[in-house]
Design a protein around this ligand. Sequence first.
Ligand code: ADP
Ligand code: MG
Length: 431
Amino acid sequence: MTNTPDIIWTPAASTEDGARNARELFTRIFGGEAEGVWRAPGRVNIIGEHVDYNGGPCLPIALPHAAYVAVRPRPDRRVRLVSPQTVDAVDELDLDTVGPVGSAGAVKGWAAYLIGVAWALEQAGYGPLAGFDIALWSCVPLGAGLSSSAALECSTAVALDDLAGLGLAGSVDAPNKEGRGILVAASRRAENEIAGANTGGLDQSASMHCTRGHALVLDSRDMSVRQTPFDIAASGCELLVIDTRAPHQLVDGQYGQRRADCEAAATLLGVDLLVDVEDYEAAMATLAGEGAESGEAEEAERARLQARTRHVLSEIARTKAFIEILESAPLLSEEKLQVLGGLMNDSHDSLRDDYEVTVPELDVAVDVARARGAYGARMTGGGFGGSVIALVKIGQGEEIAQAVTAAFADHGFAQPHVFVATPADGAGRVE
Ligand code: ADP
Ligand code: MG
């Protein structure tokens, strides 16, 4: 046994602190005052993983962890960007030369997520926009599966919307749902085409549409959303988030391969998206190639597509069941909590065995949380590192965090970071 280190808690900065940090950075680097500060949260997806690009349902909540941007428009088309990590080399770009990945105007690094939103808004007809100076401060952990990238895009989107007077976002208290859908699309295009990460729309929808105290029911088939109350504290529960800090490896390539597998399976099944499969057993038989002659390589390929499809279709069913139970009564009985936990457990096992996107750190954190009495635990986000969520009794989170910290030390893993998640506000203006 190694000596167990203390738990590292990483709670969110308060809105006031986050806004002040962005504002102070702005003034220090650019001089004068920013015109305003906007924030957009990271998220955890409670269930419905790797189904957004298959047209299925997801159930995210916004985190209190958010990106804050202090912004001032410019009289020209220049964009200057700074974050606490880049104060020595402020990025300078021009809205007239920005272009997609692979083009002459390709943007390197984190600036792509921000300026990409301006580019996408202009592509959608909301231009020309003024240039701007922007200072970013964020407490969403980077690359932890908690959507730090969408927080960057969505904070920039609501800022540009406000400064250009487009009126797409509305306010946090009176959101313009349709307008926010347009900002989601622009943020997603920024991520896909300018940053070059081919992700589905879950992250941006969560950051833009989530509301305090609620989970978001997102139908990825048509990107429609609705709010559902998420007050697990009333039922004696809390949601522990464990950022495993496992190094991301081959993330983009693996993610792309999963998407390609799903597309290949959908083609074999004659559907547009896997969500459209109506007969599960028949689909499995088709993918298994029953009755068809095939070589070893082809059989392995079919087995893989079958496993990927099994994950997607079973995850869609689990997510629907989870939402139904969540909405069945304001207070969740012990029995219902156990069913919800079981669905989370099955989700993780499916992501581990059929979708093959977990890593040892994720599996160990999940195993320890379950062994210590969590109702359920699963990885959240794209996988290959990132975070685990555990549904636990109030107060039990600390004991589980300690046990996971100890287990990670024993395994020689990096020390995990932990916090308890409560559903926070979506993107909007702070001051
Ligand atoms: P996730 O969204 O799960 O955190 P991604 O790989 O999608 O992981 O996004 C992480 C990327 O977002 C980082 O590599 C960086 O380019 C950018 N990013 C996120 N937060 C910040 C920040 N505070 N400062 C600069 N860049 C950031
Ligand atoms: Mg991301």
